[in-house]
Design a protein around this ligand. Structure first.
Ligand SMILES: Nc1ncnc2c1ncn2[C@@H]1O[C@H](COP(=O)(O)OP(=O)(O)O)[C@@H](O)[C@H]1O
Ligand SMILES: [Mg+2]
Length: 706
């Protein structure tokens, strides 16, 4: 990151290079340790000189474009691409589709509320028109050439009508607002439900794809809310348009020449809103990187996992200084924005004043020439005001609709990807069990993200793997780090599907069975098991049956988690997360025992769950616990008749396995019993002798010392 940051000629990025902080680890590389602010004063970001004319907004935005390479790994990339098209024309073109989408979403989530919104919105428009007509009627009476008292009396019915129209307008507005306020949370909730389903049903391989992860993050952070925004702002835009239409309709019916006047009155406001929105939008875009780094830095300050090391290595001041540097830049940009906004406001106000003057002069002229009566001129003034107000709503809403539309499209793409990557349901149920599992010529490469280029693509994690796992036996997978043990375990547990080759339970290829049904028949003690922020009981039972205390006790006993639970302040009901009140934090080894109990609990019924996979289940256990654990594992195989797949580096424990499979760089290089492998020589015997020697030396050392 540093190299290309430094290569940037844009002022902002030059500052980034000075900070030496790659985006994924804001703390920065070691060589920048203890660095203060950059030695030279930071170059002035943005164009030189004072506040530029509002028209410069676009150019300024372009100058601050984040560099493409960083964006390749950025959660926000999508906006960079699409915001370039955020011209008024592009927005206007997208409007019908977006508003249509909003109406569909609204209709699906709450048809009654959407209908009510529409009815009352139309009612508001009608009441506005009615009020304008009544205003005209009142003025006609008041300006009629009769004595004053009579004029007022004659105007009374029209006045009453006007009052009624205003009351109706207010009532419709309130009811439309209520319906809209009821609609929005329904739309958001519907979006959240779809999102939750999409991300929990999609195959696990999708999470290896950085692009998918980015989309998930955006969907989680903003996407669902933005669906609600899209519906709300679309309705606002339509309501505003109705207001304008009502004003224009009434004016046009009084005299067609009044129609262009309303346009003249609206133009400056149109320009002012557009310029201001554009400026704000461009700034947000330009500040995305800065805000993202601030966010990451603050996350490091508040995270419980970093809290201890932050203090051990006195990272507090360093992180705060880094934060301040970004925050200062943001502040500066926001202050500049405030000035420019004021400038736009002043210019817009002046232009608006001129336009209003022009309109009034034109009205006067029409009046003098007898084209329109005095009352119509008076009503026109009111109508122009109404139209201006409605236009304000439309302008703000159109901007918001466009922006919400970007997020919503993104969320829909996520849903589509997830749908495409969700395993088909309705496949054959998984077999009840097996006499043997066959892994036949299996090759597997982890999926790469759309952004990864082919240059540094890793080779296959598994290549040409052939294997047989007999029922009721213990099979050990051994090999160095990265040799493919966990990958093979994940394929056996139905989490990933092989690229080529097959995994079969007897004659049934697992690719043809329902994956969820299959996974329910397999118990997994994962290497990277999750510390679920739930009670100890829930951490073991998971989605299984709750009311089986004996099963729970058996599982805990087998995993030696019973002593862990006995020491917890509220036993099985203790909440295992310090972030919550009365939460408790087990040690790494204690967590591992709970994770093992999870596996034993799932596998308690060997007929229903004929396969138990344990991936380095003892890496955090002390020697005694480890030994006891392996004894339990064999007892489990004996009691339930299940096949046990064990991955471990402790070869003394591997010795007990019926079959030992040695993996090297994704290939099976040897398999057999301990005796056979020792006889044959090779990697296994080398590793074994290495470990045995270490123990012997230790023992001898201890003997001499003693
Ligand atoms: N989710 C993943 N995405 C991409 N590559 C992975 C992933 N998990 C593991 N790998 C790679 O696959 C290879 C085998 O990893 P793994 O099966 O975890 O090894 P082992 O368990 O034997 O230590 C390694 O090169 C590792 O970097
Ligand atoms: Mg592993």
């Amino acid at each position: 990151m540093r190299a290309h940051d430094a290569a940037e000629n844009d002022a902002e990025d030059a500052q980034d290079a000075g900070s030496g902080a790659p985006p994924d680890s804001p703390a920065g590389p070691a060589d920048a340790a203890g660095c203060g602010p950059p030695a030279e004063p930071p170059p002035e970001p943005g164009p030189a000189g004072g506040a530029p004319p509002p028209g410069a907004a676009q150019e300024d935005g372009r100058a601050g474009d984040p560099d493409p390479e960083e964006l390749a790994s950025s959660h926000y990339r999508v906006f960079q691409d699409r915001a370039r098209q955020a011209t008024w024309w592009a927005m206007a073109r997208r409007m019908p589709a977006l508003v249509g989408r909003a109406l569909v979403l609204g209709w699906r989530a709450g048809p009654g509320d959407l209908a009510a919104t529409a009815v009352f919105g139309l009612g508001m428009g009608a009441a506005t028109a009615w009020a304008l007509v009544a205003t005209n009627a009142v003025l006609e009476e008041v300006f009629a050439a009769v004595p004053t008292a009579d004029r007022v009396q004659a105007a009374l019915p029209s006045l009453a009508l006007l009052a009624a129209a205003l009351v109706a307008r207010g009532a419709c507005g309130a009811l439309a607002g209520r319906a809209q306020a009821r609609l929005e949370p329904r739309v958001v909730l519907a979006a959240e439900r779809r999102f939750n389903e999409a991300v929990t049903e999609v195959e696990v391989a999708a999470f290896d794809d950085s692009d998918f992860n980015d989309r998930v993050f955006r969907g989680y952070a903003t996407g669902c809310d933005q669906r609600g925004n899209l519906v709300r702002t679309s309705v606002d835009a339509l309501t505003g348009l109705l207001g304008i239409a009502a004003a224009a309709g009434v004016l046009g019916s009084m005299h067609p020449v009044l129609l262009p006047l309303i346009l003249v009155a609206m133009l400056p406001q149109w320009w002012g809103s557009a310029a201001a929105a554009r400026l704000r939008y461009r700034l947000t875009l330009r500040l995305t990187r800065v805000m993202r780094r601030k966010f990451m830095l603050q996350n490091l300050m508040i995270d419980r996992r970093t809290a201890a090391e932050l203090r051990s290595y006195t990272m507090g001041p360093r992180l705060r200084a880094e934060f301040d540097r970004f925050a200062d830049r943001e502040l500066e940009a926001r202050l500049r924005l405030a000035t420019r906004m004021a400038l736009i406001q002043v210019t817009g106000g002046a232009l608006g004043g001129i336009a209003t003057g022009v309109v009034f002069a034109a009205l006067g002229l029409l009046l003098v020439q007898g084209v329109i009566p005095l009352a119509a001129a008076g009503a026109a003034v009111v109508a122009v005001r109404v139209a201006q107000g409605a236009l304000g709503t439309v302008l703000v809403s159109v901007n918001q609709v466009y922006e919400a539309g970007l997020y919503v499209a993104d969320l829909e793409e996520l849903e589509e990807t997830a749908r495409a990557r969700t395993p088909r349901r309705g496949l054959a149920p998984a077999p009840q069990g097996f006499a043997r599992i066959r892994v036949q010529d299996v090759t597997f490469t982890y999926p790469r993200g759309a952004d990864d280029d082919g240059d540094d693509a890793p080779g296959p994690a598994l290549a040409g793997v052939d294997l047989e796992l007999p029922r009721g036996r213990t099979v050990a997978l051994v090999g160095e780090n990265g040799s493919g043990k966990s990958t093979l375990a994940k394929l056996l547990s139905g989490l990933y599907a092989p690229d080529t080759g097959r995994v079969c339970w007897d004659g049934t290829d697992l690719a043809r069975v329902d994956p969820e049904d299959l996974r329910a028949r397999i118990a997994v003690i994962a290497q990277d098991h999750t510390h679920w922020p739930m009670t100890a009981r829930q951490n073991v039972v998971m989605s299984g049956p709750e009311g089986e205390p004996e099963r729970l006790a058996r599982a805990a006993g087998a995993a030696h988690a019973d002593t862990v639970v006995a020491d917890l302040p509220r036993g099985w009901e203790t909440l295992l997360d310090k972030r919550f009140a009365r939460g408790h934090e087990p040690s790494g080894g204690q967590w591992q025992r709970l994770a093992a109990a999870r596996g034993f609990h799932r596998g308690d019924d060997g007929a229903a769950v004929p396969l138990l996979i344990a991936d380095e289940p003892t890496s955090a256990l002390d020697a005694r616990a480890e030994h006891r654990f392996f004894t339990s594992l064999h007892a489990h195989a004996g009691r339930t008749g299940a096949t046990v797949v064990l991955i471990t580096h402790r070869l003394a424990s591997v010795r007990m396995a019926d079959v030992i499979v040695v993996l090297e760089r994704g290939r099976v290089v040897a398999q057999g019993s301990h005796g056979e492998l020792m006889e044959r020589g090779g990697v296994y015997r080398e590793l074994w002798e290495l470990q045995a020697r270490a123990y012997r030396d230790d023992a001898a050392g201890a003997g001499r010392a003693g």
